[in-house]
Every structure is written in C-alpha cells, then in structure tokens.
Ligand binder design. Structure first.
Ligand code: C2E
Ligand code: MG
Ligand code: MG
Length: 592
C-alpha cells in the first residue's frame, strides 16, 4: 500500500469541504496546538512531531517539534496515507524502503527520517482532514501505551478543532440568516487576500416600516428571504455578510466597477425588488446599493468599506437605487452638509430667484421659449450661480423644496408677463432626480399651472441623462405622466452622459438639447459638426425638436441653421436675466 504516493480518497470532495469549514489552513501558530504536539513528542519519545493538514496538493504544518518544513507536496506526504482511514493509526517501522518518500525533506541537517507513526484527526466518518504524527531518526515501534497516547492526543486535537469551529459559528454567524457577521466577513476577506474587487452595501429601505406595520416576525422573514436571494449571487468566490437589521455587505473578488454597475448591480436590484411572499402578504422592499472599488477607493478593507458606506449614504440621500463612490463627491459631501443650514435659511428668506434665458427659433428669429435658471441672491456674496449650490441641494434633499419654488415662481412670472400684454413664452424648468422621483411631482406641476390659470403648454421640463440613468424605470413612468399632462420633456446636456443615440429612441421625450461642448467646436472641428449633424437627423427622424445650447457667435448660428437645427440658446442672444428684464426683452422683440 505504501509503495506509491497516496491516492486521493473517494470522499475527497467532502473531506476538502470539511477542511475548509475549519478555516485553519495558513493560520498563525497557536499555543494550544503547539502544546499538544510537544506532548505527543514527549509521550512517544520521538525527536519530531507535527500537526498537519492535507490540502489539495500540499501537506501544511500547523504545529511542529524538531521539524523545519512549513509545507511539502502532498505526493511526498506520509500523512496523505494516514488520512485515508480516519479510524486507524498508521505506523511504519522503517520508511527507508519506501521508494517515493524523500526522507531528507524532514530532519534537521539532512538527517533522514526512519520511523513514522500518526493518528488521523477524526472529525467525521470517512477520510480525515489531517494527522498528528511523530517521527524518529531510527527504525522502531511504539509501545502499546504510546499508541494509545497518540490516538488519544489525536482525538483531543480533533475535539479542539470542532470546539473552535462551533465557537466561531456561534460568534461569527448571524443567527437570523446564517450569514457571516461583520467579524467573519472581515476574516474571510483577510484569509482570501484578494488583489482587487468590489465592496457593496445593500440596504433594505423600508424594513423598519414593514416592522412597525406587520410586526418583527414578518420583517425577520423578509430579511431571511433577502439573504437567500443574495446567496444566490454568491458564486465565483463572492462573500456576503449581514451587518445589522436591514444592511448587508458583499465582496465581489476580481470585479471592476464597470462590470459591477452595468451587470451585477442592475441584476441585484431587480432581483431584490421582486415582491416577497410572507404569510399571506406580498411585500415590496426597495433597496439602496452603494459600492466602492478595492484597492482604488481604499487600500484596506476598512477604507474601502468606508467608501462604500459614503456611496450608500449618497444613494439614500438622492433616493437612488445605486450609487458608486466618487472621491470628489466624498470631499464635497461634507461641504454640502455644512452648507445645509444656510440653504434652509435662504429658502426661508426667499433668496432663490429665477433668471430666464430665451430660446430662439432659428427659422424665424422669434423667442420660442425660455429656460428658468435658478440663482441664489446672497446678501453678502451677491448672485451665486447654480453650479455652486444645486449639487448641495441635491445631496441634502432640499432640491425638492427649492425645485417646487422654482416651478411656482416660473408660473407666477409667466402670468405676470401675460398680464403685461406680452406673448408669454413657454418656460422650461430644470428637474433633478430627487424631484422627478418624488410621489407628488406631476400633481405639483399641474397645481402650479392651474394656480395661475395657464395652459399646460406654458410649462416644460428639462432633465439630464444622468437623472434618467440612475433609475430608468421610475424615470420613464414619471416622464410619461408629465407628457400626459401636456408638459413637454427635453433631454438636457445631450451628448455628455452615457446615453447612446439608439437609447434615446426608447425614451418618452419631445426635445433634445445638444450640449454646449459640441456647439463650441462646431465651426472649428468638422468631426464635431458631423456629430451635431447626426444628432439633428436622428432627432428629426424621431420627431424630436433640437435645441443647441451655448451659442455664442454668429458663425455657430449659421452652422446650426445649415444643419437644420430648430432652436438655439446662448449668450449670442442673451445671458440668463431676471424676470423683469426678460419682460423688457420680450417687449423689444415684439416691437422689432
Ligand atoms: P443647463 O440647464 O444646461 O443650463 C444651461 C447653462 O448654460 C446655464 O448655466 C446658462 O447660464 C449657461 N449658458 C447659457 N448660454 C451660454 C453661453 O452662450 N455660453 C456659456 N458658456 N454658457 C451659457 P447656469 O445658469 O449656471 O446653470 C447651470 C446648470 O445648473 C444648469 O445647466 C442646470 O443643470 C442647473 N440648474 C439651473 N437651475 C436649476 C434649477 O432650478 N433646478 C435644477 N435642478 N437645476 C438647475
Ligand atoms: Mg437646462
Ligand atoms: Mg444644458
């Protein structure tokens, strides 16, 4: 039997699963095991003893006396024979006759091992995960008492291993879901030493509400089902933990941010948005997901977890299902929060005012509409442009209130222009993600229009591609309702985001606003002129109106006219101006 290297036992797969379950491979030296090994060496009167585990292709030494190696190939391991039968001690009086065995790999100073005896570590029926062995430099046998001692010590090691496993399961596992808790998650990360990957937090948004409405058992059941759904995603070495009530953490090794955001995140969120059957209830529990990239966003687990948490907070604040970590955003966020009290005060003191910029019909030269662009009139700092405070309004959620204010104000100004005998043009307002997604948004538009006795054609909205991308289904639903109301929808800053032209086809929109960046180069760079040309043709094929943003020169206007662009907006015609100046502009244009 010993004339060739040990074959793998028939239950090798189960044996390896059991070994993995003990999480002992490659762990640090440990006093308890060292002592048991020393005891084996003393009781059996051998200069060498070891506690070893048989991994796929190697024998790994957890504790040893009188032996240099940390690991050797499995095919050279005598213990690989010992583990084949976990019920029996293996004793070899003289190993010198074993042809494949390299005795010099063991002893100090190249002295050859001659004697070997070992007790398999019996933690289950079938083959064993490892062995407690003793060795000597001379051929010999163990006395019956020594055999008994070695067997007993082997069982002691096995019991110790099992006890520790139980302890670990008890302290590292979340009782409700059976998932690892944070501690265990952390140690899994440390043991697997990944070189890169994605850390994601998944938060059940309404678990507290479900808890209060239906009781904690229902909420518990829902959390268990969520855990099962996440487990189904835990292939390819992904690991999952539960941090607290409705909060899970996941690590996807070897994954990059692009694959994660394009494939995994949408799949995960769709999966988790499927209703949960609990007792007789069908419950929907939306999620927020925040993720960050290791090691790009954090060199250690702690750092990358903080980054993923910052992303999660952003998803929560912006009411989005998925957000990724962005360093610049992380720095900005704290600035945004410091600004919050001032922004609230500005809202209370009515310091947000609408400026208006005309859109010109390129065929007739008439003002075909205006865009409302908010300004903060600060008592000390003067007129503050939106890019300096709209992002902070978005992070703090204040955008909804300020956005409502802008819409109401637009309709009030519209009515004032009309009352002054002017042909009041349609006003387009910019709408942020948080607004579009709030439940009463369409109703709010309707009320603003009706409150001044206007028609719905008096108002339009502009949304950027990023607003749509972050939550496409909700966005499409909201836009459809807005259009049903009779309020047209424009895609703002077109070309700067992610959307392809083909993708735009699927959206419920009326107008495409080509971003300033393209218009800027239209006269200097034929490639840009080509892009703009394609945009215009495609939009026209879809019966969309095209507006060019940021027109600053006559040459740009001429190029756009040549390409058949419908409308233009920019400093060439007028910068954004206050409502009374806009009234004067409308009056002048009429009298021209
Ligand atoms: P936007 O909607 O794309 O607005 C166009 C921006 O281009 C405006 O900047 C406008 O002043 C500027 N602009 C217009 N013509 C020219 C030009 O010929 N040359 C150049 N260089 N710039 C031109 P503004 O007013 O600073 O607004 C910046 C952005 O802030 C807006 O971009 C919009 O996304 C956002 N914003 C403004 N008002 C609101 C609001 O009430 N709500 C929300 N959610 N966002 C707003
Ligand atoms: Mg706009
Ligand atoms: Mg724009």
């Amino acid at each position: 039997m010993l004339d060739q290297p040990a074959r793998k036992p028939p239950d090798e797969q189960e044996r390896m699963a059991e070994l993995k379950d003990f999480s002992i491979l490659d762990t640090a030296p440990d006093d308890d095991y060292e002592r048991l090994v020393q005891l084996a060496s003393v009781l059996c009167e051998t200069p060498m003893a070891a506690l070893t585990f048989i991994d796929h292709d190697r024998q790994w030494f957890k504790a040893r006396v009188g032996l240099p190696p940390v690991q050797i190939p499995r095919r050279q391991a005598l213990c690989a024979h010992t583990i084949l039968d976990s019920g029996r001690l293996l004793e070899v009086e003289d190993v010198a006759g074993i042809p494949w065995f390299d005795a010099s790999a063991y002893g100090h100073d190249g002295r050859a091992v001659r004697f070997y005896a070992a007790a398999p570590l019996k933690t289950r029926d079938g083959s064993a995960i490892g062995a407690l062995c003793v060795m000597d430099y001379a051929p010999r046998t163990l006395t019956p008492a020594q055999r008994e001692s070695l067997t007993k010590l082997g069982s002691a090691v096995a019991s110790q291993l099992k006890l520790r496993r139980q302890l670990r399961v008890a302290t590292q596992t979340d009782r409700l879901t059976g998932l690892p808790n944070w501690l265990h998650f952390e140690s899994q990360f440390d043991t697997s030493k990944p070189s890169r990957g994605i850390v994601a937090f998944v938060r059940l948004r309404t678990v507290n509400q479900i808890n209060s409405a239906h009781g904690f058992r229902v909420a518990d059941n829902l959390i268990q089902q969520t855990a099962d759904r996440l487990r189904a995603h835990a292939d390819g070495g992904t690991f999952i933990g539960r941090i607290k009530r409705g909060l899970f953490i996941m690590f996807f090794p070897d994954m990059g941010p692009k694959d994660f955001s394009l494939e995994v995140a949408p799949r995960l969120t769709t999966e988790l948005h499927t209703p949960y059957g609990v007792n007789d209830l069908m419950l929907v529990c939306p999620v927020n997901l925040g993720f960050a990239t290791y090691p790009d966003d954090g060199k250690s687990l702690d750092e990358v977890v903080n980054a993923a948490d910052a992303a999660l907070q952003m998803a929560i604040e912006r009411d989005e299902s998925v957000a990724f970590f962005d360093k610049s955003v992380d720095n900005q966020l704290s600035v945004h929060y410091r600004l919050e009290p001032q922004l609230r005060k500005a809202l209370r003191l009515d310091q947000f005012v609408n400026y208006y910029q005309p859109k010109i019909n390129l065929a007739t030269g008439e003002v075909s509409g205006v865009e409302a662009l908010v300004r903060w009139i600060h008592p000390e700092r003067g007129v503050i442009p939106p890019l300096d405070f709209v992002p902070a309004l978005e992070s703090t959620g204040l955008i909804r209130e300020v956005g409502s204010h802008v819409i109401k104000r637009a309709m009030v100004d519209w009515a004032a222009w009309r009352a002054a005998g002017l042909k009041a043009p349609r006003i387009a307002v910019n709408v942020a993600a948080g607004q579009l997604r709030s439940a009463g948004f369409v109703e709010e538009l309707r009320r603003a229009i009706e409150s001044v006795g206007a028609q719905s054609s008096a108002l339009g909205i502009e949304v950027t591609e990023s607003v749509l991308i972050s939550n496409i289904d909700t966005a499409i639903e909201a836009l459809t309702q807005v259009r049903e109301l009779g309020v047209p929808v424009a895609i703002d800053d077109f070309g700067t985001g992610y959307s392809s032209l083909a993708y735009i086809v699927t959206l419920p929109i009326d107008e495409l606003k080509i971003d300033r960046a393209f218009i800027k180069k239209i006269t200097a760079d034929p490639a840009y002129r080509g892009i703009v040309h394609t945009c215009i043709s495609l939009a026209h094929n879809l019966s969309l109106k095209v507006v060019a943003e940021g027109v600053e020169t006559l040459a740009q206007q001429a190029a756009l006219q040549e390409l058949g662009c419908d409308e233009a907006q920019g400093y060439y015609y007028s910068p954004p101006i206050p409502a009374d100046q806009m009234a004067a502009l409308l009056l002048n244009r009429r009298s021209q």
